[in-house]
Design a protein around this ligand. Structure first.
Ligand SMILES: NC(=O)C1=CN([C@@H]2O[C@H](COP(=O)(O)OP(=O)(O)OC[C@H]3O[C@@H](n4cnc5c(N)ncnc54)[C@H](O)[C@@H]3O)[C@@H](O)[C@H]2O)[C@@H](O)CC1
Ligand SMILES: Nc1ncnc2c1ncn2[C@@H]1O[C@H](COP(=O)(O)OP(=O)(O)O)[C@@H](O)[C@H]1O
Length: 287
């Protein structure tokens, strides 16, 4: 079955007003691990997106020996740690890893630890985590055992996961997203114009119609990871969190394009504010 309606009414758990007696513990704790040296921006973007998507607490876990900065000046609400410090915490509701993680042997060790540590919680793998998965059979086996896995490949990462070319992926995107979902027993987003979402345990293909070429800019995928991770941390099931996250991300870009007069020069760091606005507006409109 294929669905392509992009109304928030499809994802009711995401677009509900907050309970009056809610507190920050109600909205989960997200751990984002990545950001090797020179790529710190990737997890800053993902973490910022997560706080603007309403996550209760957000940790940015840098895959570096020491913290690259004492605080994210624009967003002091985000807590910082080195990856190994986050990996021993017991209070994490959902995990995201891969954004700027790197591809070296130390990154392999970090990813292996994240896969093992997060077995009973939602785990989203993006960017370098996907490339490592395609290169290392031991990581692939661990990922296949994970029962709450979300993968968000762009077409080239999808090609690596299936061992075919980017052109092959683009020639039959429907088959590609289904093949990755079956291979990893996961919920998968195949990114790009009209992103597709498919879950191995739900024969429904969601085709997203929000978004525009303004999103073709560095870091927009990192923002998507933070948005979906934040929704998972808030207790929303993987399917709704993933489809709604993809829709929100695109709708935010459409809103920004309308504000800046077009699609050129849209910055990934502008998306999180717009995601917040779109989610709140959709909740108001459903009341
Ligand atoms: N501020 C930062 O620190 C940033 C860090 N980043 C990190 O940089 C690392 C490398 O990631 P990249 O994705 O750049 O490198 P990759 O080598 O994985 O893939 C990039 C290539 O994929 C292809 N591709 C992507 N989307 C496509 C589409 N829709 N159709 C056809 N081809 C498509 C293009 O050829 C593109 O050059 C990752 O760790 C990532 O997280 C990026 O996320 C950008 C921002
Ligand atoms: N032409 C487009 N139309 C709609 N969405 C797009 C377009 N180009 C890119 N996107 C979206 O932007 C994001 C890019 O993610 P990704 O390639 O992982 O970027 P990065 O690695 O720089 O963060 C994805 O969500 C993708 O669907």
């Amino acid at each position: 079955m294929e669905i392509c309606v992009n109304a928030p009414s499809m994802f009711p758990s995401v677009f509900m007003p907050r309970p009056l007696d809610s507190h920050k513990g109600t909205f989960g704790t997200l751990a984002i691990i990545g950001g090797s040296q020179g790529m710190s921006g990737a997890i800053v973007l993902a973490s910022t997106a997560a706080v603007y998507t309403g996550c209760g607490k957000v940790w940015a876990g840098f895959h570096q020996k020491t913290l690259p900065m004492p605080i994210i000046a624009q967003h002091p609400e985000i807590m910082l740690a080195c990856a190994h410090e986050l990996l021993i915490r017991e209070d994490i509701s959902a995990w995201v890893t891969g954004c700027g993680l790197g591809l070296d042997e130390d990154a392999v060790i970090v990813l292996e630890k994240v896969l093992s540590k997060s077995m009973n919680a939602p785990l989203l793998l993006d960017a370098d985590a996907l490339t490592l998965l395609s290169q290392r059979p031991q990581l692939s086996t661990l990922a296949q055992q994970h029962s709450h896995l979300i993968l968000t490949p762009h077409p080239t990462e999808a090609a690596r996961l299936l061992g075919i070319s980017t052109a092959d992926i683009q020639a039959d995107r429907h088959s590609a997203v289904k093949a990755i979902a079956q291979k990893y027993q996961a919920t998968v987003v195949l990114k790009g114009h009209h992103s597709l979402v498919y879950a191995f345990d739900n024969d429904t293909l969601y085709t997203n119609h929000s978004g525009n070429p303004g999103l073709a800019t560095a870091g927009s995928g990192d923002v998507l990871s933070g948005v979906i991770g934040a929704l998972c941390a808030q207790g929303i099931d993987n399917w709704q969190a993933t489809c709604a996250g993809v829709w929100l991300h695109g709708a935010a870009a459409d809103y920004l394009a309308s504000q800046i007069g077009g699609e050129i020069g849209l910055l990934s760091s502008e998306l999180p504010h717009a995601v917040r606005y779109i989610r709140n507006r959709a909740i108001q409109q459903r009341k």
